[in-house]
Design a protein around this ligand. Structure first.
Ligand SMILES: C[S@@+](CC[C@H](N)C(=O)[O-])C[C@H]1O[C@@H](n2cnc3c(N)ncnc32)[C@H](O)[C@@H]1O
Length: 272
């Protein structure tokens, strides 16, 4: 079995990702990134590894109709959801299916580049950051976040433990990958190698909540790359896995709701 470590989703997983993971996890992180980048009316924005497009949509609200927003992602299924939402709401965002290592857009095109929970999945991280820097204007800002180690992140830790037990160690690689680039200092060095300036990082811990833990974890797992591995499972086998994930939260699960810490490194940098 080859582990899916680039967060590539298939089937209905992208739609579930948007319905369950985005409101609980990715909206609060996007608020953190926007607070640091302070996008202004009319600025041009790149959302790298945009997934279903939450950062792009939130930033479009800030830059207004004269601001250009482009979302780039490798995964056609994620972009399909992003496109459907923006066209249903008449939001003008360009969506581009491309690898971050080779984005077909001219140099110096953007004032700000975001990358929310994406860098950990790129095989050539310095190459990706060089490409982002090429796309930024002189003095462009880059703001990203990357989950810290598993031990600090019960959402990922509980899934890795339960998936290893029920499916196998290798299957847990897709979730492990979320926390595989944990050191803020190591990330800072990647930025410096890519030529960025004024690189700063901080640890940010958010308390995330869902009032129905069972619903969140059931649909949460279905919106990860692990979904395809359990697609054919019986209801009983699936319930046993989900029960173990919930048990893994310990005191962060009260039998109904989940309230858990989610810890990431937030990095800010300038292109020149
Ligand atoms: C955990 S999701 C985060 C998505 C989004 N930034 C958000 O906040 O919801 C990681 C995303 O990285 C994308 N990705 C992984 N490797 C990539 C690459 N080499 N180039 C572009 N996107 C990539 C995946 O397709 C996936 O959509």
């Amino acid at each position: 079995m080859k582990s899916n470590t680039k967060w590539q989703l298939s089937g209905t997983s992208a739609a579930l990702y948007e319905s369950y993971l985005v409101p609980t996890i990715f909206v609060p992180w996007a608020e953190q990134l926007l607070d640091r980048a302070l996008p202004q009316t009319g600025e041009s924005i790149l959302d790298v590894a945009c997934g279903t497009g939450i950062v792009a949509r939130m930033v479009k609200d800030k830059v207004g109709k004269n601001g250009r927003v482009v979302g780039v992602d490798l995964n056609g299924g994620m972009l399909e959801v992003a496109r459907a939402i923006s066209s249903a709401s008449n939001i003008d965002i360009e969506w581009l299916e491309a690898d971050v290592g080779n984005v077909p857009i001219a140099d110096n095109s953007f004032d700000i580049a975001f990358c929310q929970q994406g860098l950990q999945f790129f095989p050539d991280k310095v190459g990706a950051l060089k490409e982002i820097r090429r796309l930024l204007r002189p003095d462009g800002r880059c703001v990203i976040c990357v989950a810290q180690e598993l031990e600090k992140n019960p959402l990922m830790q509980s899934q890795v433990t339960a998936i290893s037990k029920h499916i196998g160690e290798e299957a847990s690689g897709a979730i492990r990958a979320v926390c595989a680039l944990s050191g803020g200092e190591a990330i800072k060095n990647l930025f410096l190698k890519a030529g960025f300036h004024d690189v700063e990082w901080e640890t940010v811990s958010l308390t995330l909540s869902h009032d129905n833990g069972l619903e969140f974890i059931t649909n949460g797992i279905a919106s990860t790359p692990v979904a395809e591995l359990i697609a054919e499972w019986s209801g009983e086998a699936r319930n046993a896995l989900i029960e173990d994930v919930l048990d893994g939260f310990g005191d962060y699960y009260d039998g109904n709701a989940l309230h858990f810490p989610h810890v990431s490194s937030v990095v800010t940098a300038r292109s020149v």
